[in-house]
Design a protein around this ligand. Structure first.
Ligand SMILES: Nc1nc2c(ncn2[C@@H]2O[C@H](COP(=O)(O)OP(=O)(O)OP(=O)(O)O)[C@@H](O)[C@H]2O)c(=O)[nH]1
Length: 344
C-alpha cells in the first residue's frame, strides 16, 4: 500500500502531460510486475486509426518519453485488431496473446465517446482480479488528472491549446527536430526536398469586428469554433495549433520544407475562404509565417510572423505572407531585436 500511495502522490504532483505519462507507466509497471508498459496515442487520418508510442518502460528499465518521428502517424491499428474492435465498441479494455506468448492488456482512456490515449501493459502471466482492480484504479486517477491538465492548457471556447503552453511546445518541437537530425536517412531527405525546418504561422480572422457587429457575439464565437476545427483538420497530428486570444491563432508546423509549409498554409487559407459559415457566409483569414530557429527567442519569432501578418492585412487581406521572403524582397525590414520586443 505504501508503494501505491507513493505512486499516487508522484502522479498527482505533475503539471505536465509527459511527466504524468511517465509516472503512470512507472506505477503500473512496478505494481503489476509487467514486462513492458506503454502510453499510446491514438490518432485518425481520414477513416484510418493509428497508434504511436508516447512513453515506455521495460521490466527493470527507466521510463522515458518517446519523441514522435516524422515518418507518419504511427502503426495502423489493424496490427492490433483486438484494440481496434474495443475502440469501435467503446469498451473499457481489450486483451490479446501475442506470438511471443505474452499477454497484452489495453486500457483506453475514455473522455465521453473519444479515446486518444491508451495504456498498454504486456505481461507474462494472466492478470489476477486484484491486479486488474488496482490497475483500473490507477487508470481512473490518470484520466481525472489528464482532464485537469487539459483544462488548464486549453482554450475553453475552441478546445485548442492556449497561449500559456506555447513556449513549452515550441521548445519541445525544437528539441525533437534536433533528435530527428540524428535519424539515419533524414540528411538525404533534406538534400532531396529542400531544407526541412520548423515553421510558425500567425492566423488572424479578417474584419472579425464586423462579424460580431452584424451577427452578434454568439455567431462570432461560432465562427471561431469552426475556424479552430478547420485548423485542426488542415494540419498534421505532429503540428500544434493554439488560440492566442480573440481572433488570433498560432500554428507550429513541424519539420517540413518551405514549399510544403507554404502549400499547407495556403490550403488552409483557401479552406476557410470556401467554407460556408452558417448565417455569416464567407469569412477570410490573413496569415504571416516564418521559420523557427533555436537561436531566436519565441518573442522574436512571433514578432517576425506578426510583421508578415500585418503586411498581409495591409495588402488586401485573405493572403499568406512569408516573413523571410518579404525581407529578402526589401518589402519588410528587420530591426535589431531584443528578447522582449521587436518594432518595425
Ligand atoms: N465573438 C467573439 N469576439 C471576440 C472574441 N475575442 C475578441 N473578439 C472580438 O474580435 C474583434 C477583433 O477586432 P479587430 O482587432 O478590430 O480586428 P478585425 O475587425 O478582425 O480587423 P482586421 O484584423 O484588421 O482584419 C473585436 O471586436 C473583439 O471584441 C471572442 O472570444 N468571441
Amino acid at each position: 500500500m505504501d508503494s501505491l500511495l507513493r505512486h499516487m502522490v508522484d502522479m498527482t504532483g505533475h503539471r505536465d502531460h509527459t511527466m504524468l505519462d511517465i509516472s503512470v507507466i512507472s506505477a503500473v509497471q512496478e505494481l503489476s510486475g509487467a514486462a513492458r508498459t506503454r502510453v499510446l496515442t491514438i490518432s485518425s487520418v481520414g477513416e484510418q486509426y493509428f497508434v504511436r508510442s508516447r512513453a515506455c518502460i521495460h521490466a527493470g528499465g527507466v521510463a522515458c518519453p518517446e519523441e514522435p518521428q516524422d515518418s507518419g502517424p504511427g502503426e495502423p491499428i489493424a496490427l492490433y485488431p483486438e484494440l481496434g474492435a474495443c475502440l469501435r465498441r467503446h469498451e473499457p479494455r481489450a486483451e490479446s496473446i501475442g506470438a511471443d506468448g505474452l499477454r497484452r492488456l489495453w486500457l483506453p482512456i475514455w473522455f465521453g465517446d473519444k479515446a486518444d490515449t491508451c495504456l498498454e501493459i504486456v505481461h507474462a502471466e494472466p492478470f489476477t482480479p486484484e491486479a486488474l482492480y488496482m490497475v483500473n484504479g490507477i487508470v481512473s486517477v490518470y484520466r481525472n488528472f489528464q482532464n485537469l491538465l487539459d483544462y488548464s492548457e486549453r482554450d475553453s471556447l475552441t478546445g485548442l491549446l492556449n497561449r500559456k503552453t506555447f513556449d513549452d511546445q515550441l521548445a519541445r518541437m525544437l528539441h525533437a527536430s534536433e533528435t530527428d537530425a540524428t535519424v539515419p536517412g533524414q540528411a538525404e531527405r533534406r538534400h532531396h526536398n529542400g531544407e526541412e525546418k520548423q515553421w510558425l504561422a500567425v492566423v488572424d480572422v479578417d474584419h472579425f469586428k464586423g462579424v460580431n457587429d452584424r451577427f452578434g457575439h454568439l455567431y462570432g464565437d461560432e465562427v471561431l469554433i469552426l475556424i479552430a476545427n478547420l485548423l485542426q483538420s488542415s494540419f498534421r497530428a505532429q503540428d500544434r495549433v493554439f488560440r492566442f486570444g480573440g481572433e488570433e491563432f498560432v500554428v507550429l508546423l513541424r519539420s517540413t520544407n518551405l514549399e510544403n509549409a507554404r502549400r499547407i498554409i495556403e490550403r488552409f487559407r483557401a479552406d476557410v475562404e470556401s467554407h460556408d459559415f452558417p448565417q455569416v457566409g464567407q469569412v477570410t483569414v490573413s496569415i504571416g509565417f516564418t521559420s523557427v530557429s533555436a537561436a531566436d527567442s519565441p518573442v522574436v519569432t512571433l514578432g517576425h510572423a506578426d510583421q508578415a501578418l500585418y503586411y498581409a492585412k495591409a495588402h488586401g487581406r485573405n493572403r499568406v505572407c512569408h516573413y523571410e521572403e518579404l525581407v529578402a524582397g526589401g518589402l519588410l525590414q528587420t530591426v535589431a531585436a531584443n528578447d522582449t520586443a521587436e518594432f518595425f
